[in-house]
Structure formats: C-alpha cells, structure tokens
Design a protein around this ligand. Structure first.
Ligand code: ZN
Length: 418
C-alpha cells in the first residue's frame, strides 16, 4: 500500500519541514495520467492548491500539477476571467532583488460561503467561512447532543441562520458537520449506537439535510480536528500527524502521507472504547474499562473535584488551574494511561507529531507531559526519536476549522462546474 509510507530515517524531522504538497498529489501521481490530465481535474487541483497555500505563483502550479507553462497559463487565464482567482503583483521578489515582479494568484471563490458545524457531546458550534477558509463568523452554545439529536440539529440551524444574517451572506455552497461518534462518511450512518444512545434510529445525514437546504456531508469530529491542525495548526507542513481529541469523549484521527486517513468507511481512530486491561470503570457505552472511562475530560474533572472536595462546573472549569499535588498526580496518571495506548498507534503509523486537542488535551501541560513520558517509555525508540507531542495550536477550535476547510474542499468540485 503505497500511501502507508512512514519516515524511516528521521529525515522528516520537524526542523526539515518542507512546503506541504498538494493533498491529492499522491493520488494524482498514481492514477492514469490520461484521466488525470483532464481539464476539469487540473482545474480542481489548481483551485485546491491555491486555496490551501493561501496564494501561489504560476511556477508553483507548474511544479505541483506537472503541467507546462502554456498549460498553466491557459488554466489560470480561464480562472481569472471567471473571477474565481485574482492575480496580485508583488513589487519585488521576497529576496528583495530587482527584476521582473512576480505575480501571485489568490483565491476569490465565486462569491458564496461554506459552513462548518461541530457537534460535541455537550455543545454545538457553527462557523461560516469564505472559500479560502477564512472564518467570517462563529457561534457556540451548550447542548445535550448525546441525548437530543433533534434539538442539536435545530440549534445548529438557528446559529447558522443568525451567522448568515450577521455576515450578509448570499449563498452557502456546502455544510460539513462533525459528529462525536463513529460515523460512516460514505453513508452518513452512525455505527455503535451504544456511544450515542440518543441517536438510535436516527440517520444523522437525513436529520441534518432536513435542517440545511444546501449539500451536507458528515465526518467524525476528530478527523476534522486533525484536518484543521494539518492545514491551519500544529501539523502545518507535515505529512504524518496523529491527532487525539480528549474532551467529553476520546477520539483519534490520522493524517498519513498528507491525507486524512479515515479507513474503509470513516471509522479509523475510534479509540475511545478500546478496553484497557486491568481497569473496570463503567463507561457510558455499557462496557467496563474503556479508554474513555479512564481519561475523558469529564472523568478527570470528576476525579479532580473528588480530590478537591468540590464539584467543578463543566462549562467554566479550566484544567490549567490545577496545581495541587493530588490534582497534578491525577492529570499526570491520565496522560500516562493515554500515552500507553498511543504508543501502539505511534508504532503503527510513525507520526511526525502527536497533537493533543479537546478541552483537556489542548490545555493541560501536566497531562501532556504524562502522555510524553509514557510514549517515550513504551513506543519503539526509532519512532520516538523525532516525534513531538504538542497541544493543538487552534485550542479547542481544531474541529470547527477542519469542518470549514473540508466544506471548502467539498464545494470546489461543484464550483469548478459552474
Ligand atoms: Zn466505552
């Protein structure tokens, strides 16, 4: 399988980050050149690249698409004429040398916006963004998503309408919704109803399409977090990223060879309900000893409250404020337990970076150090050598940023046909 190709020599160390190639480049190179050379395909590849890089030159496009100068000029002229991209002259090149000014191509889109929706276990966040991925407006509200799918969908639509009016949007091309459970990206169906018990007999895609009269697609929330961090956060410029969301639930997602790896049906990375030997805590899925029952933000907050002799409010609690000896011990041990499990995953995919997101993972240094020590102890030495373990650079917004970026990607083929 050519797309499982971890770095084997340390040559891909973070210090050697190279500009990230087009996400679909590997796919392009391996497919039939005749098919991939079609005008429409090149147009989509060019738009994706210009969007993801935030602007590029004609030479960049020649290199990335493998096209001749005349081929790129033809493609670019059409996109400029249609108003989808715009050329921007630079007074002098970046090295300050005199000479012919370079022209950068910036994405303008065709006018409309895209939307991202992040359904957490206890909140709904909605964002509207331009076709270059710039978020124009965002809103979030608490909601019992686990037990009230209809209420969550209504709240998402209400926030969407509010933002739509706020930014004066004329059109939304696509909505991507992140779901905190094992969602099949192809069919839009949920698996394992024990995780989202309130969603039994609900087909999420049908539910959300009913509330949004534009194209909707679904993804597991952690895969969106990974995508957000890869394009705009701590995984920027990297090809192999392991993202772990530690919030109300625990989920992992992978970027392999620069691409989201979701498995056969979108379920890759569902580690929250993996049974950990030697533990017997009851999990909300009905099993005992699940990873999530040991290290989720809710579990750890309850344990911290127990040691402090008080109840912490989930909405206002901040893991960064825990400094007492017992609290530090609880956070450190939770990190160690998660790291033990992540060690196996690191051995499998040999990532360049492990990014911790979610309300616990994104904020607690003590928790992160526990993860780090555990991975150093249990993963293969060669795997650990160049590995960095970091908080998400987008804080708790990785999922919503990933949702709008995926919505842009999904919208571009349709726009290319317009
Ligand atoms: Zn479980």
């Amino acid at each position: 399988m050519q797309w499982v190709n971890g770095s084997s020599s340390g040559a891909m160390a973070l210090a050697d980050r190279r500009p990230r190639s087009l996400l679909v480049k590997v796919e392009m190179n391996t497919m039939n050149a005749g098919v991939m050379g079609s005008r429409l395909r090149n147009r989509q590849l060019a738009l994706n690249y210009i969007r993801q890089t935030g602007g590029c030159s004609r030479s960049d496009l020649m290199r990335e698409l493998g096209l001749s100068r005349s081929g790129v000029n033809h493609l670019v002229s059409a996109l400029i004429e249609e108003g989808i991209i715009e050329p921007q002259q630079e007074a002098q090149d970046s090295r300050g040398k005199r000479g012919r000014p370079s022209t950068f191509l910036n994405y303008r889109g065709s006018g409309g916006l895209v939307a991202g929706v992040d359904l957490g276990h206890g909140h709904v966040t909605v964002a509207l963004a331009t076709l270059s991925g710039e978020i124009r407006a965002e809103a979030s509200e608490s909601c019992d998503v686990d037990h009230d799918p209809e209420g969550a969908a209504q709240l998402a639509r209400r926030l969407y309408d509010k933002l739509f009016a706020e930014v004066g949007a004329s059109r939304v091309h696509h909505v991507v919704v992140g779901v905190p459970g094992p969602i099949n990206e192809r069919t839009g169906s949920l698996h394992a109803p024990t995780v989202l018990a309130g969603w039994i007999n609900v087909r999420p895609l049908d539910l959300l399409e009913r509330h949004f009269n534009v194209p909707v697609s679904l993804a597991h929330d952690a895969t969106l977090g990974a995508y957000g961090e890869q394009l705009r956060g701590a995984g920027r410029g990297l090809q192999h990223v392991l993202y772990v969301k530690v919030s109300g639930g625990v989920g992992a997602a992978m970027i392999v060879n620069g691409q989201r790896f979701v498995g056969a049906s979108g379920l890759a990375g569902e580690i929250g309900h993996t049974t950990i030997q030697g533990t017997s805590e009851l999990c909300r899925c009905g099993n005992r000893g699940c990873l999530e029952s040991i290290v989720s933000a809710d579990t750890i907050r309850r344990q911290l409250g127990l040691s402090a002799g008080r109840d912490y409010d989930a909405d206002t609690f901040d893991f960064r404020e825990i400094k007492d000896v017992a609290g530090v011990r609880i956070l450190s041990e939770a990190g160690w337990s998660l790291g033990r499990h992540l060690s196996d995953l690191c051995n499998c995919i040999n990532p360049q970076v492990v990014v911790l997101g979610g309300s616990l993972g994104a904020h607690s240094d003590t928790f992160l150090r526990g993860v780090e020590q555990s991975i150093s102890r249990f993963a293969q030495p060669g795997v650990v050598e160049d590995l960095e373990i970091v908080h998400s650079a987008l804080g708790e917004r990785s999922e919503i940023v990933g949702a709008v970026m995926l919505a842009v990607e999904r919208a571009i083929p349709a726009i290319s046909h317009e």
